[in-house]
Design a binder for this molecule. Structure first.
Ligand code: 5GP
Length: 216
């Protein structure tokens, strides 16, 4: 049998993709993002800039680039953002920075952004964007998850539920929708989508020379 010295999968060049995970808070998006980053070495988190102050345990440059409102204004003026949006009174944006060149080199990026950011990214770059939306299994379960976080007042929980409903209403702007009934199963589905999207013909820029070689 004629053996080749390389596996096609290891050597074929492909274009990276922008993998967006959105969900209402409480549907498990953060857990799923962490699982994906831990399980898959080819995808990296896109670190957003935000004017929101850091929460306990959040590290500048890892979870977000924490910037002042003035700094954020300057970034807008200098056209540094792929997209930006105001969410719950603070501004969040995806810096263009290294993303464009890294995509060409085959680097995948994970985006934990809301529906507004998803729409903007998609308008700018439909080819590279894959949009995944995570739904809670039921409104009761969502309530349980949102209420179970701390000793919050009824009003605070009601406000969170309202925001969650507003986010859910944008479910139809996504390519894939997964109901997170069981986090392991949900993660397997998310990962399967990522793997399948990587194999799309248009992303596999190394195919032409490879197939030419096959045809002799
Ligand atoms: P948090 O303050 O809880 O970290 O995030 C609040 C919301 O902002 C989340 O829904 C998150 O998905 C969204 N968000 C985070 N970064 C960005 C970004 O760069 N662009 C947009 N449009 N939304 C973002």
């Amino acid at each position: 049998m004629g053996e080749t010295s390389h596996h096609a999968d290891d050597t074929l060049h492909r274009r990276g993709l922008m993998f967006i995970l959105s969900s209402p808070s409480g549907a498990g998006k953060t857990t799923l993002s962490k699982m994906l980053l831990a399980a898959d070495s080819e995808i990296r988190l896109s670190v957003s800039a935000t004017t929101r102050p850091p929460r306990a345990g959040e590290i500048d440059g890892v979870h977000y680039h924490f910037v002042t409102p003035e700094h954020f204004d300057r970034m807008i003026e200098e056209d540094d953002f792929y997209e930006w949006a105001e969410v719950f009174g603070h501004r969040y944006g995806t810096p263009k920075g290294a993303i464009r060149t890294a995509l060409k080199d085959g680097q995948d990026f994970l985006f934990d952004i809301d529906w507004q950011g998803t729409q903007q990214l998609y308008q700018k770059d439909q080819q590279d964007v894959v949009r995944v939306f995570i739904l809670p299994p039921s409104i009761d379960e969502l309530h349980r998850r949102l209420a179970g976080r701390a000793t919050d007042s009824v009003e605070v929980i009601a406000a969170r539920m309202e925001r969650a409903r507003a986010e859910i209403s944008h479910w139809d702007g996504y390519d894939y929708v997964i109901i997170n009934d069981n986090v392991r199963e949900c993660f397997a589905k998310v990962h399967a989508i990522l793997e399948a999207e990587r194999m799309k013909r248009a992303r596999q820029t190394g195919l032409i020379p490879f197939v030419r070689g096959l045809m002799g």
